[in-house]
Design a protein around this ligand. Structure first.
Ligand SMILES: [Zn+2]
Length: 488
C-alpha cells in the first residue's frame, strides 16, 4: 500500500499573503477583503515577508534543501472561490525540497514545500453541494497564506498518516506558525494506491486457506492512484483512508477496476465519493506570475533562521529523559507546546518526576475532557505550583487536588484561596480517623470476616470505604497504618 499526503496549513501571519487585509478567523463574512483578495482588475499583489519567512522556518525545521531563488506561478481555474480565476501558488520552483520528518517509527520524506494563497470559503446554504438551495462565498479566507507540504508516498497504512500529521502539527506549533484549533487550519489531500498483495490479503482472510499466489487472477494489477481531497482532522484522515482501502478491496473482489480519480470525503456519512476522473497538473495551465518579482533567499536570512530554531518535541523528550522522567510521560508532555512550557516553569520549584506524573496524567486528562488548552484557561504557573506543593506536602490528597484542578479549569484561582472557601485539607487527626475506621468496620462485618479468613484484598476495600467516609480527605498513609493496627 502506498499513501502520500499533501498537507495545507494556514500560516499564523498578521496579514494575508499578497495584501494588507487581516488574516485569521472572523465571524462576519466579507469584512476582511480588498480589491486584491476579491480579484478586481488592476489590483496588484505584494508578498508578505512574514509568510515567506515562516515557510522557510518550516522548511528548515524539516531539514529541506532551500534553493537560492524562488518565484510564484498562476494556476488557472474558474470557480467562484477565486475571484481572479487563478490561484497564485508555486509550481515550477518550490520554496524548498527534500526534507524529512520522523513519525510513526520511520522517516517520512518531504518532497516539496510551497507557499500559496487560500481560496475563499464556499457555503452551501440549506444542504450539501448537490442539494443546496443557493451558494454563498466568504472572501475573508481568500488570500490567506497557506504552506503546502507534500510527502513522498512513504506511508504504508492509514494510521501512519495520522501519526505523521500529529507530529507535523506539534512541530508547527513549536514554530508558532500554526493554530490547530482554528477550523480547517490543516486540510489534507491524500493519495493512495494498493498493490496486488494488499488487495489479495483481503481475499485470503475471507475464510480460505489458499495462498495469495494461487488467487492471482491474470491481468489483475495493483490499483490506480486515487486522490481523496480536502480532509480536515487527524481522525478523519485515518477514517477516509481506511474506507478507501476497504472500498478498493471490495471492488477488486467483484472484479471491478479501480480507476484513477479524485474523490471527496464525506465526514458525516463516513464515505468517499467520486468527484471527477483525475486531470493532470498540466490541465491547470500554469504560467509565471509576472506581477511578483522573483524572491531571492539570502544566506544571512537562512543563517538567522537556523540560529533561532526552537526546541522541538524530540529535543524536549531527550531533555526530560535525562532528568529521569519516564519516556512515555515525556512524550505526552512534549506533544503539547503550552503544556511543556508550563511544565518547565513548574519544575523549577517542584520535583520533576512528581510534576511529570501530574502533567501527563490528571492535568492533561482534565484539559482534554474540558476540550480546552492550558494557555486558554488563564491558569497561572503559581496556581499549579501551589497545588502540587500542597499534594507533595500531604496537606491535601491527590483526589482533592484533582477536584481543585477541575474547578480551576472553569475558574482559575489560587488553590490556597480555594481551600479556605471549602475545607478540603487533609485529615491527619488519628483519633478522628480511628472513629471513622471503627464505624466502617462495624458496617462492613463481611469484609472484616473475609480479611480475617485470609482474603487480603479485603484490606484495600476497607481502606476505600474509609476514604469515602472522609470524602477523599483522609490521609491514606495514616489510614492504612491505623487499619493494620486495628485489624491485628
Ligand atoms: Zn485583501
Amino acid at each position: 500500500m502506498k499513501i502520500g499526503l499533501e498537507v495545507h496549513c494556514q500560516l499564523l501571519t498578521k496579514t494575508k499573503l499578497f495584501c494588507g487585509c487581516e488574516n485569521g478567523f472572523s465571524s462576519e463574512p466579507n469584512t476582511r477583503v480588498c480589491e486584491y483578495c476579491i480579484g478586481l482588475p488592476g489590483s496588484k499583489p505584494r508578498v508578505n515577508r512574514q509568510a515567506v519567512e515562516m515557510a522557510l522556518r518550516i522548511a528548515t525545521a524539516l531539514g529541506c534543501r532551500i534553493p537560492k531563488e524562488t518565484f510564484f506561478s498562476r494556476k488557472s481555474y474558474f470557480y467562484p472561490d477565486m475571484g481572479k480565476n487563478f490561484q497564485v501558488t508555486q509550481y515550477e520552483m518550490p520554496l524548498a525540497t527534500d526534507g524529512k520528518l520522523a513519525a510513526a517509527g520511520k522517516e517520512i520524506r518531504i518532497k516539496r514545500i510551497n507557499v500559496e494563497e487560500d481560496p475563499a470559503r464556499i457555503v452551501h446554504e440549506g444542504g450539501s453541494i448537490t442539494t443546496a438551495s443557493h451558494v454563498l462565498v466568504d472572501y475573508n479566507r481568500s488570500g490567506a497564506p497557506l504552506c503546502e507540504i507534500v510527502t513522498e508516498p512513504d506511508f504504508s497504512g492509514p494510521k501512519e498518516a495520522r501519526l505523521f500529521l500529529q507530529e507535523l502539527s506539534t512541530m508547527l506549533q513549536y514554530l508558532n506558525a500554526f493554530n490547530p484549533d482554528m477550523e480547517g487550519s490543516m486540510r489534507v489531500d491524500a493519495n493512495i494506491s494498493l498493490d496486488q498483495k494488499d488487495i489479495l490479503e483481503k481475499q485470503s482472510f475471507s475464510g480460505s486457506q489458499r495462498s495469495a499466489a494461487s488467487l492471482q487472477t491474470p491481468g489483475l494489477k495493483g490499483s490506480e492512484r486515487v486522490e481523496i481531497k480536502n480532509i480536515s482532522g487527524f481522525k478523519d484522515i485515518e477514517k477516509a483512508l481506511e474506507y478507501e482501502v476497504v472500498r478498493q478491496r471490495t471492488s477488486y473482489s467483484r472484479k471491478k477496476e479501480i480507476v484513477q480519480e479524485t474523490r471527496s470525503w464525506d465526514a458525516a456519512a463516513g464515505v468517499t465519493r467520486s468527484i471527477r476522473t483525475k486531470e493532470g497538473e498540466e490541465d491547470y495551465g500554469y504560467i509565471f506570475e509576472g506581477d511578483i518579482p522573483k524572491i531571492r533567499v539570502d544566506a544571512a536570512m537562512l543563517k538567522s533562521i537556523r540560529e533561532t530554531m526552537p526546541e522541538f518535541a524530540r529535543d524536549k523528550v531527550r531533555k526530560y529523559a535525562s532528568m529521569g522522567i519516564q519516556e512515555e510521560l515525556a512524550v505526552s508532555i512534549a506533544s503539547e507546546p503550552d503544556l511543556a512550557e508550563m511544565f518547565e516553569k513548574v519544575i523549577k520549584t517542584i520535583d520533576a518526576d512528581f510534576a511529570a506524573r501530574w502533567f501527563a496524567g490528571e492535568i492533561k486528562k482534565t484539559l482534554n475532557f474540558s476540550n480546552i488548552r492550558l494557555k486558554d484557561t488563564g491558569i497561572k504557573e503559581s496556581h499549579i505550583t501551589r497545588m502540587l506543593q500542597l499534594v507533595y506536602d500531604r496537606r491535601i490528597t491527590e483526589r482533592t487536588a484533582e477536584m481543585l484542578f477541575r474547578d480551576m479549569v472553569k475558574k482559575p484561582e489560587d488553590p490556597e484561596e480555594m481551600m479556605k472557601k471549602s475545607d478540603v485539607s487533609i485529615i491527619h487527626d488519628e483519633e478522628k480517623l480511628e472513629d471513622i475506621i471503627k464505624h466502617v468496620l462495624s458496617e462492613n462485618s463481611k469484609a472484616l470476616l473475609d480479611y480475617k479468613s485470609g482474603r487480603k484484598e479485603s484490606f484495600n476495600f476497607l481502606v476505600g470505604q474509609v476514604m469515602r467516609k472522609t470524602q477523599g480527605r483522609g490521609d491514606p498513609v495514616a489510614i492504612r497504618k491505623l487499619l493494620e493496627q486495628m485489624l491485628k
